[in-house]
Design a protein around this ligand. Structure first.
Ligand SMILES: *[C@@H]1O[C@H](CO)[C@@H](O)[C@H](O)[C@H]1NC(C)=O
Ligand SMILES: *[C@@H]1O[C@H](CO)[C@@H](O)[C@H](O)[C@H]1NC(C)=O
Ligand SMILES: *[C@@H]1O[C@H](CO)[C@@H](O)[C@H](O)[C@H]1NC(C)=O
Length: 205
């Protein structure tokens, strides 16, 4: 029979007392940990109280004032676009800045819309009115065909892409920044110029 070796469990008793410096470090760590948790709870409660609604940019209305294309393939157009900046936050002002929108038709740039930075008070909106007049845009035969087809279908679509930075002022402490992106199609009936409402609202990052 093989010998059975039984291992004796030994409890090692610590020698001496714990160094007071280690105690001090442990206490400090505990205090810091509690501080971090409390700070987290405060931020969370502030978040709930302020109830953030991310500022949004959308197209509130538009109109196709002019659409003219000739046999030489030149396109002339004028659009009225009302861009709405909404601050749904009831506790903080929002600043919109670095606003740039690019309007194009079939990959052909038509106009660039910009705006100076502005503030939108708590729980309100501000409308930006743009009248975009394009000079004669030379179209390729392919693009000319698209315009002809738009007349026949009584529907034309422009691409509207852009972005803006938004920022909240929360007391003197600071602000939260967002990037709003807008990427949608502006559709119109070319025969009477009326806008075909489309979900066109920014997505934030
Ligand atoms: C925000 O504005 C809407 C409409 O303008 C109003 O009905 C609502 O009560 C306002 N909310 C606050 C918290 O002021
Ligand atoms: C606007 O969009 C058009 C079409 O996508 C592009 O050709 C043009 O370069 C853009 N303009 C700017 C300034 O980004
Ligand atoms: C414009 O034409 C479209 C389609 O024919 C029609 O649905 C729309 O009501 C018209 N709008 C106006 C303001 O006449």
């Amino acid at each position: 029979m093989p010998a059975v070796f039984k291992k004796k469990l030994e409890t090692h008793r610590r020698q001496g007392r714990t160094n007071p410096l280690i105690w001090l470090a442990a206490i400090l760590c505990t205090i810091i940990a509690i501080g971090v948790v409390i700070a987290g709870i405060v931020v969370f409660i502030a978040y709930l109280v302020i109830h953030p609604r991310v500022p949004v940019i959308s197209i509130s209305n538009a109109h196709l004032d002019l659409l003219r294309n000739d046999y030489a393939g030149l396109l002339q157009t004028q659009l009225t676009i009302i861009v709405r900046a909404r601050n749904g936050n009831a506790k903080a002002h929002a600043t919109f800045s670095d606003i740039t929108f690019n309007i194009s038709f079939q990959g052909q740039g038509i106009a660039l819309l910009v705006a100076d930075s502005f503030q939108v008070p708590k729980n309100s909106t501000k409308d930006l009115n743009y009248v975009v007049q394009s000079s004669s845009i030379p179209l390729t035969p392919d693009q000319m065909e698209k315009v002809d087809y738009s007349w026949k279908k009584n529907e034309i679509a422009f691409d509207f892409k852009g972005n803006a930075r938004t920022q909240w002022r929360i007391g003197p402490v600071g602000s939260v920044k967002f990037l709003c992106r807008l990427n949608c199609q502006l559709k119109f009936h070319p025969l009477n110029g009326s806008y075909i409402p489309n979900r066109c609202t920014s997505k934030s990052k």
